[in-house]
Design a protein around this ligand. Structure first.
Ligand code: T3D
Length: 255
């Protein structure tokens, strides 16, 4: 069992809640290890993960009270942040970041590493790093310029100002911003949708979209053919086509 996160599974949805609300869910070493462990040991019934934060914030990034002077920042990134980010990008099922409040520093980039980011309208995203003399990490320099272009990425990173959830949607940084009162039910509906969907197709989509940043068109078309070959041999594909022809909703099992 975990001490810094809550982890609960219901109807195929695993909810991972960062749970140090007194520090706006700052990432301690233990929390990074617990997130990594939770995501790499998901039971097979889990078909969607929701990551969220306890209290009024999502995550304030590196716990600035947890730094041992002896540990180098480089080693922390390599040994703890990178495995955590990898556990997200290698996760066999889709991850929704449900950004319930401010997401700062590595906390913002943790959210942006999810497949889908849904924020409450009062949330914001802050590349806070330069305020303390650091550079964006936890994948931020990879994801952000690709999502919003260099002009906005550089502005976010150099000025370290909060970007509101609505602005983040307008810029294409996140999927959706919901009014605070509709947030919990909106996230739950999206999670149910994914947990009842064609899980193997979702995984292949993530792979194709990830590879597209490196591939030329020929390689990407070849990759699509290979991944579609996999999707086309799933039971979910047979079911999807049968359901369409029989004019009924499909029942996907993730196989
Ligand atoms: O190894 C390495 O260091 C490399 C890795 C670096 C990765 C990084 O993430 S570096 C960036 C670290 N994060 C930050 O610099 C953000 C720091 N926090 C803030 O800027 C603000 O707290 C927030 C914008 C997140 C929220 O502001 P606000 O006004 O809503 O809340 P608050 O009052 O500032 O915070 C509430 C409490 O949480 C407060 O404690 P207190 O006064 O009630 O005892 C505050 O000190 C604490 N807290 C917030 N963020 C952190 C934190 N404590 C430790 N670490 C934090 N990151």
């Amino acid at each position: 069992s975990f001490e810094t996160i809550l982890f609960a599974i219901e109807d195929g949805v695993a909810t991972l809640t960062l749970n140090r609300p007194q520090l706006m869910n700052a990432l301690s070493s233990q929390m990074r290890r617990e997130i990594t462990e939770a995501l790499t040991t998901l039971p097979p019934e889990v078909r969607c993960v929701v990551m969220t934060g306890a209290g009024r914030g999502f995550c304030s990034g590196q716990d600035l009270t947890d730094r041992s002077v002896a540990t180098s920042v480089e080693a922390t990134l390599r040994d703890e942040y990178e495995p955590m980010l990898r556990a997200m990008t290698d996760c066999p099922v889709p991850i929704i970041a449900a950004v319930n409040g401010v997401a700062a520093g590595a906390g913002a980039n943790l959210a942006l590493a999810a497949d889908v980011v849904i924020a409450t309208e009062s949330a914001s995203f802050i590349q806070a790093f330069t305020r303390i003399g650091l550079i964006p990490d936890a994948g931020g320099t990879f994801v952000i310029p690709r999502a919003v272009g260099n002009a906005r990425a550089m502005g976010m990173m150099l000025f370290a100002e909060p970007v509101s959830a609505r602005q983040a949607v307008e810029w294409g940084l996140i999927w959706e911003a919901l009014p605070d009162e509709a947030f919990a039910e909106g996230v739950a509906a999206r999670a149910r949708h994914l947990a009842n969907g064609p899980t193997l197709a979702y995984r292949a989509i993530r792979e194709a979209v990830t590879q597209s940043t490196q591939n030329d068109l020929d390689s990407q078309l070849a990759l699509e053919a290979r991944l579609q070959g996999q999707a086309g041999s799933t039971r979910d594909f047979m079911e999807g086509v049968s359901a369409f022809l029989e004019k009924r909703p499909a029942t996907f099992t993730g196989a």
